[in-house]
Design a protein around this ligand. Structure first.
Ligand SMILES: NC(=O)c1ccc[n+]([C@@H]2O[C@H](COP(=O)([O-])OP(=O)(O)OC[C@H]3O[C@@H](n4cnc5c(N)ncnc54)[C@H](OP(=O)(O)O)[C@@H]3O)[C@@H](O)[C@H]2O)c1
Length: 437
C-alpha cells in the first residue's frame, strides 16, 4: 500500500473539529477507498487547552498556522480558520509556495484572493480544493469543474445561505415578521449574533463570485455584485407573492447577457411550482443552466460541521487518490492566467419581470396615475390589483403590480415618477422575478 497521506489542519472550530472526528471514525473506510491511509500529523488553533471533544492523537501542535503550512511533515494543508486575510491567507499562500496541496472551506478568502492563489497552485503543480466553500456539503464545485466539461453555462443561481432561507421559510409558513424569525434563528443557532453578513447577502455574494468564475471562465470579481438583503421583506410581500403564485427566496444569480455578465444577490420571486421554491429551511440549492444538459439542480445541506466536513474530506480523498506527477486540472476550470477579465453588465440593463407593491392613499385617480407612469416607460403589466391587506389604516391600500419582461431602468424611472405624484405612503417594494424550472 502507498505511504499515508499526511494532513495538517489549521482551525479546529465547528468545521475543523468535525473533520477530525469524521476522519477518525471513518479511518478504515477512507483507507480502503483511497488505497492509502490518511494520517493527521499536525494541527493548529488559537487555544491549545480548549477541550474540543476530538482525538488529535500524536499530531504535532503549531501555535502559528504559517509554520504548520510550511512544515515538511505534511502533504496537505487544510485551512479551516476563516477570514479573507490574516492567518488564513498567509498560511494558504505559504503552503502553496512550499508545494503543499491545500484544501479550504473559506469562501471569503477565495472570493478575494482566489485567482492569485490558484496561479501559485498551478505554478507549483499542487491542488487547491475548495468544495466546502460553496453550499457546504453540495458537490457543486466538482460538478461545474469536471462533470459539465464541454457545456456552455448560461446561468447559475441558487439559495446559498441557510440563515436567510430559514427566515423566509418561517415567515411564509407561520406568518411571523422578519424580526421574530431572525430572533428565532439566533436562538436555535442558525444565525450569528451579528447576522448582517448572512441576511444582507454578503455570504451569498462570496459564494456566487466563485461560481461565476467557474461558469464563465472569468476572474473573480466580488466587488461587482449587485447586493440587496432580505431585511425589508414584509408579511405583505409574502402574502401577495403567495396569492400570485410566487415564493420569495434570497437568490444569488450569475447570468451571461448581451452586455456582459450579471452578478446579483437579492430577494427574488420564484414560481411556487418551481423546484427551487421547494427548498426550505437551512437547505441550500444551486441550479446550473447549460446548453447540452439543460437545467441541473443540486440540493442539500449547505452548512454545519458534518455537512461541511463531508466536502472537506472528499477533497482530501481526491488528493489521496491522485497519482504523483499527474498534471492536476486548473483550480477554476481553466488556467488562472487564462481567466478573462470580468465584464460587468449594468444592473439598469437587467431584463425580467418585476413585482411592485405600493402602499397608496386610497383616493380617486391613483390607479390611473400608476398605470400611466408604467405605460410612459413602456412597461406592460401582467396584472395590477388592489390588495386588501389587514393592518393598513382605512384610507390606505396596497396596490400590487406584476410586469411582463421589462428593464431595471424602466422600472426605476416609473417608480420614481409614481413617488413624485405624491400618492404613496412610503417607499415602494420592488422585487425581481426569476425564471425557474
Ligand atoms: N461553520 C459552517 O457551517 C461552515 C460552512 C461552510 C464553510 N465554512 C467555512 O469554514 C471555515 C471555518 O469555519 P468554522 O465555522 O469552523 O469557524 P470557527 O468555529 O470559528 O473555527 C475557527 C477556528 O480557527 C482557529 N483560529 C482562528 N484564528 C486562528 C489563528 N490566527 N491561528 C490558528 N487558528 C486560528 C480557531 O481557534 P480556537 O478554537 O482556538 O479559537 C478555531 O478553531 C470558515 O472559512 C467558514 O467560512 C463554515
Amino acid at each position: 500500500m502507498a505511504e499515508a497521506l499526511r494532513i495538517g489542519i489549521a482551525g479546529l472550530g465547528t468545521v475543523g473539529a468535525s473533520v477530525v472526528r469524521c476522519m477518525t471514525e471513518k479511518e478504515a473506510e477512507l483507507t480502503r477507498q483511497c488505497g492509502r491511509a490518511i494520517a493527521l500529523t499536525a494541527v493548529s488553533a488559537r487555544d491549545r487547552n480548549r477541550d474540543r471533544g476530538i482525538d488529535i492523537g500524536n499530531a504535532h501542535w503549531f501555535d502559528d498556522p504559517v509554520d504548520l503550512a510550511r512544515t515538511a511533515g505534511i502533504d496537505v494543508f487544510v485551512e479551516l480558520i476563516g477570514g479573507d486575510s490574516g492567518a488564513a491567507f498567509d498560511a494558504v499562500k505559504a503552503a502553496l509556495q512550499a508545494g503543499r496541496h491545500v484544501v479550504t472551506a473559506n469562501k471569503a478568502l477565495l472570493s478575494k484572493h482566489g485567482v492569485e492563489l490558484a496561479a501559485i497552485a498551478e505554478e507549483k503543480g499542487v491542488l487547491l480544493n475548495y468544495e466546502a466553500a460553496v453550499a457546504g456539503g453540495i458537490p457543486v464545485i466538482k460538478t461545474m469543474r469536471e462533470s459539465l466539461a464541454g457545456n456552455t453555462v448560461s446561468r447559475v443561481f441558487g439559495i446559498m445561505n441557510g440563515t436567510a432561507n430559514y427566515i423566509l421559510t418561517r415567515m411564509e409558513a407561520e406568518g411571523l415578521s422578519f424580526e421574530d424569525c431572525l430572533r428565532e434563528a439566533q436562538r436555535l443557532g442558525y444565525a450569528e449574533a451579528d447576522p448582517t453578513f448572512d441576511i444582507e447577502g454578503h455570504d451569498t455574494a462570496h459564494k456566487l463570485s466563485i461560481l461565476t468564475s467557474l461558469a464563465f471562465g472569468c476572474r473573480i470579481s466580488a466587488d461587482d455584485i449587485y447586493l440587496e438583503g432580505i431585511s425589508n421583506i414584509t408579511q405583505a410581500d409574502i402574502r401577495a407573492a403567495s396569492e400570485l403564485g410566487y415564493r420569495i427566496k434570497l437568490l444569488g444569480v450569475a447570468q451571461r447577457t448581451e452586455s456582459g455578465i450579471e452578478q446579483r444577490v437579492h430577494p427574488t420571486m420564484v414560481p411556487t411550482q418551481s423546484v427551487i421554491a421547494q427548498v426550505h429551511g437551512v437547505t441550500n440549492a444551486v441550479a446550473i443552466e447549460t446548453d447540452i444538459l439543460g437545467e441541473l439542480l443540486l440540493s442539500g445541506p449547505g452548512a454545519g460541521g458534518n455537512a461541511t466536513a463531508s466536502a472537506v474530506i472528499g477533497d482530501i480523498a481526491d488528493i489521496a487518490k491522485s497519482r504523483p506527477g499527474f498534471q492536476h486540472g486548473p483550480v477554476f476550470g481553466r488556467p488562472a492566467k487564462k481567466l478573462v477579465p470580468y465584464k460587468r453588465a449594468r444592473m439598469r440593463a437587467h431584463a425580467g419581470g418585476y413585482f411592485i407593491r405600493m402602499t397608496v392613499h386610497d383616493r380617486a385617480g391613483v390607479f390611473a396615475a400608476i398605470a400611466k407612469r408604467m405605460a410612459n416607460n413602456d412597461i406592460s403589466l401582467e396584472s395590477i390589483v388592489q390588495h386588501a391587506d389587514g393592518g393598513l389604516p382605512e384610507d390606505q391600500k396596497n396596490v400590487i403590480l406584476v410586469t411582463h419582461e421589462t428593464t431595471e431602468a424602466a422600472v426605476r424611472k416609473a417608480v420614481d415618477g409614481v413617488m413624485q405624484d405624491g400618492h404613496l405612503v412610503d417607499k415602494p417594494q420592488v422585487i425581481r422575478i426569476e425564471r425557474a424550472a
